[in-house]
Write a protein that binds this ligand. Structure first.
Ligand SMILES: [Mg+2]
Length: 394
């Protein structure tokens, strides 16, 4: 078989939404006094942008093959990621066959081990990996999900993440996940406000709608246990990312502590098979939530998901739009998916990576048909109106 080789890899940055969904304008629910690990400092409590959640911006990776086919992907690694791609990773990509993704991943990961392993380096490798899958699928004229074994169901069903689960219910989603607003530093009064929000939302959505709480690493084990115990009466389905990602011991304890039936979920800031192995072997959670743009890409998510399957742990990826959808539709242990409500008031469905991607499918009545993913690659295009900057070249 005549397999094209990779001619060039290029890295760009772009600001204002896209993969960096925290890079939004003022008045957005996603930056409205959300509890974080920085909430113990009063000056950083009101806004996550105040402590720099949007400093990275979006990284766009483009990979061009010898037959002229171009694959691309987006993630959050910004200018640092662009530097790593151009100055370091490019040597492992250019000149390789478009099919040799496993080898390219292994070389990128091992060559960066001495300064990488997690965080922005793995975000960057994830971006390159996703662009490689997009490229290979386009060369073959197939959607990525077909390369991953094909759909195991005919549609994706979604829960919505945002400030308005009550509106999400009207829009046909199967559940709603709210951000927590008050951390332990706000004491008993903050805890009461957190519980009042859950109680109020339970009354609005009725008994049967899934309600979940995203704590974005903001709590400690004791506070999370108290919150989960008190929120049980409101039928909270799961408590997400309650603790800092490195506190595997705290997660294991929290999972033992929560009321029977309540799920503990985490993993959006975890990376690679080794990080998730720790979460699973230590019994930290019932659902893992890898972000395919941060955990190592599709190549690594395949391994993480197989490990989870053997541990009876569900894989419900964090956000990531089409990059998640093409994976989720192929896995038995990913029965539903997350949709981030990116409208400032969470009152309408808009594309998750708006405005960067064109043709990005969005849920209708809380669902996306598998057939909506039947375009080559990940099935999206870059919006030519977004200003891409290439800060480094090689
Ligand atoms: Mg989360």
């Amino acid at each position: 078989m005549n397999v094209p080789v990779i001619k060039q890899i290029r890295a760009y940055t772009v600001r204002g939404g896209g993969a960096d969904y925290h890079d939004q304008g003022g008045g957005h629910w996603i930056d409205d006094h959300i509890a974080t690990p920085m909430s113990k400092y009063e000056q950083y409590r009101q806004s996550r942008q105040s402590f720099g959640i949007n400093v990275l911006g979006t990284l766009v990776v483009e990979i061009e093959a010898s037959d002229g086919t171009v694959g691309f992907a987006v993630t959050t690694a910004g200018e640092i990621g662009a530097y790593i791609v151009e100055k370091h990773l490019a040597r492992f990509i250019e000149g390789q066959k478009v099919t040799d993704i496993e080898k390219m991943w292994d070389q990128m990961f091992n060559a960066t081990l001495y300064y990488g392993r997690k965080g922005v380096v793995i975000n960057t490798i994830s971006g390159v990996d996703l662009a490689l899958w997009d490229l290979l699928a386009k060369v073959r004229g197939e959607p990525v999900h077909q390369l991953l074994g094909g759909p195991v169901r005919d549609q994706l069903q979604f829960y919505a993440t945002g400030a308005r689960p009550d509106l999400a219910k009207e829009m046909g989603f199967i559940g709603g996940k709210m951000p927590l607003h008050h951390g332990p530093a706000e004491g008993e009064e903050g805890l009461k406000k957190n519980l009042a929000m859950i109680e109020d939302m339970r009354h609005r959505v009725g008994d049967d709608f899934w309600l979940m709480l995203d704590c974005w690493m903001s709590l400690d084990t004791n506070y999370a246990t108290r919150l989960a115990t008190k929120a049980h009466q409101y039928g909270l389905k799961w408590i997400e990312e309650a603790l800092p990602p490195d506190d595997y011991w705290g997660y294991a304890e929290l999972r033992r502590n929560v009321p029977k039936g309540m799920l503990v979920t985490t993993g959006e800031h975890e990376a690679t098979r080794w990080g998730f192995r720790l979460l699973m072997e230590m019994g930290c959670c019932d659902i893992i939530q890898p972000d395919v743009g941060w955990c190592g890409g599709v190549t690594e998510l395949i391994k993480i998901s197989a490990l989870a399957d053997a541990h009876n742990v569900l894989v419900v990826p964090h956000g990531s739009s089409v990059y998640s959808y093409h994976f989720v539709i192929t896995r038995h242990n990913s029965p539903f998916a997350e949709f981030l409500m990116m409208a400032p008031k969470a009152d309408q469905v808009v594309p998750m990576f708006n405005p960067l991607l064109l043709d990005e499918p969005v849920p209708v009545n809380g669902r996306i048909a598998a057939s909506a993913l039947d375009k080559p690659g990940f099935g999206v295009r870059l919006n030519p109106e977004c200003k891409l900057v290439r800060p480094y070249e090689h």
